[in-house]
Design a protein. Structure first.
Length: 466
């Protein structure tokens, strides 16, 4: 009972930056704001002046939405990190400089050179007296060797497994995984993205040495948003502590209380030349639809260009309508999707959606150099997001996910440039005529895979929301 009351206090309170605690929106209410996924009013802007005015109104609508939910937080330094070559050196450097606290959450923790490198850094931090925590998913890291787990724990790392698989493996509770990837160091720097603790060239059971590195992104954040990321990590640690007894639960609850206050106060701790940014969470409590709604509002605000890169693409009806509505408004829409066949069922199901998108003029590119693992998007010069959430039922309806949205033209331009380079140099564009001429058996296989996955959504009990 005590644990339940504590949980209620944590999740029923106004979150940092929520409408109950945030300053009133700076943008005026817009009664004519476009609903997510709905077509724009008639008339596509044609002149430079009209395009500029439409863009300003679209940005105002988007910022009005994010202001209503208490974001964005201004004054952040956000660095785009591409692949493990950028990400792991930055993460290890931050851990090596830690003085008080380190927390790392990941879906996969591989027993390879990268896993060993991070383990060394975590153990070294723990032995310096730093409170060092590692949370791995019970399914994604289910093959993590017992010897590696023991080495970390013996080295002083507080390692916990989220959702260990017990009992009936196909039970519905086992579908709710910790898929987010984040790290927080000393409350001063945080990392959020799609990159697991695994070498870029480690392709699991597939022995394909000719492939290039896995293509993925993360961000490094410094500024007031770090306090919200630290609070999210502390809330998860509190849930885990509930299994371990009253003392651990009380300690974790006190930490959440402290970080809640810190997150509210941190809005004044801005970085020079910082940018507005927001933490987008998906869980099975208060934040069930936050990431999806952010995407819908961003797409509704689009006036010129949308690029969406996603490893596992099986959007629901609302998201598909939003993409098609963009095309009706004359917005250029480009999708960068998986070209390699990693999971056949998912691959075929995604291809079942191609015809409708191609007929509407959506450009589809398939990444061919290696496995695409990115979950990022750019809308005009007003919005970009990097994180762990795919556009599929697993991410949008079941898993714990974390994205960072950035409302800055410079960041959006940098991400767009990288994606355009990947589409031009390392991808193949899907030709509508070639896709339309697919053999009948292949088209049947695509739709069969699609309906099998839809059946999985029904079995999971979340079909009404997708």
């Amino acid at each position: 009972m005590a644990d339940n009351r504590a949980m209620s206090r944590i999740y029923d309170r106004a979150e940092p930056g929520s409408p109950e605690t945030a300053a009133p929106p700076t943008s005026p209410a817009l009664p004519d704001a476009q609903a997510p996924g709905s077509p724009a009013p008639a008339g596509i802007p044609t002149s430079v002046q009209e395009i500029g005015a439409a863009g300003a109104r679209a940005k105002a609508r988007l910022l009005h939405w994010v202001s209503r939910r208490g974001s964005p937080v201004p004054g952040n330094k956000v660095d785009l990190l591409c692949n493990g070559t950028d990400f792991f050196p930055a993460l290890v450097e931050a851990i090596d400089a830690a003085e008080v606290h380190v927390v790392v959450e990941t879906y996969i923790y591989a027993d390879d050179a990268i896993g060993a490198r991070l383990s060394d850094a975590l153990i070294a931090a723990a032995q310096r007296g730093v409170d060092t925590r590692l949370v791995v998913d019970g399914f994604g890291a289910g093959d993590m060797p017992a010897a590696l787990i023991q080495r970390l724990r013996d080295g002083g790392v507080n390692l916990e497994v989220y959702g260990p698989l017990r009992g009936f493996k196909l039970a519905r509770r086992h579908l709710r995984r910790l898929h987010r990837k984040l790290a927080v160091i000393d409350g001063r720097v945080a990392f959020v993205g799609g990159i697991n603790i695994i070498d870029d060239f480690n392709h699991g059971p597939l022995d394909l040495p000719e492939l290039g590195p896995r293509y993925d992104f993360a961000v490094r954040v410094r500024g007031p948003l770090v306090a919200q990321i630290a609070l999210a990590a502390a809330r998860l640690w509190f849930r885990i502590a509930q299994r371990r007894g009253l003392r651990e639960t009380a300690s974790a609850f006190a930490e959440v209380e402290t970080l809640t206050k810190a997150a509210r106060q941190a809005r004044g701790d801005v970085q020079p030349d910082g940018v507005p940014a927001a933490l987008l969470m998906r869980d099975n409590l208060r934040n069930r639809r936050t990431i999806e709604r952010e995407y819908l509002y961003a797409l509704g605000a689009a006036r010129r260009d949308v690029i969406l890169a996603n490893a596992y693409f099986l959007p629901g009806n609302k998201m598909r309508r939003a993409l098609l509505a963009c095309r009706k408004r004359g917005v250029r829409v480009r999708l960068l999707l998986q070209g390699m066949v990693e999971y056949k069922l998912q691959h075929y199901a995604t291809h079942a959606l191609y015809a409708t998108l191609l007929e509407a003029g959506v450009e589809i590119y398939e990444y061919e150099e290696s496995f695409l693992h990115a979950k990022v998007a750019v809308v005009d010069d007003i919005w970009a997001t990097v994180g762990s959430s795919n556009m599929d039922p697993f991410s949008l309806l079941l898993a714990r996910e974390a994205n960072v949205a950035v409302y800055d033209a410079g960041f959006a331009g940098e991400l767009r440039e990288r994606l355009e380079r990947a589409m031009a140099q390392r991808s193949a564009r899907v030709v509508p005529e070639a896709h339309a001429s697919l053999p009948r058996l292949r088209r049947f296989a695509n739709w069969a895979a699609y309906y099998v996955l839809r059946l999985g959504v029904v079995i999971a009990g979340v079909t009404g929301r997708y």
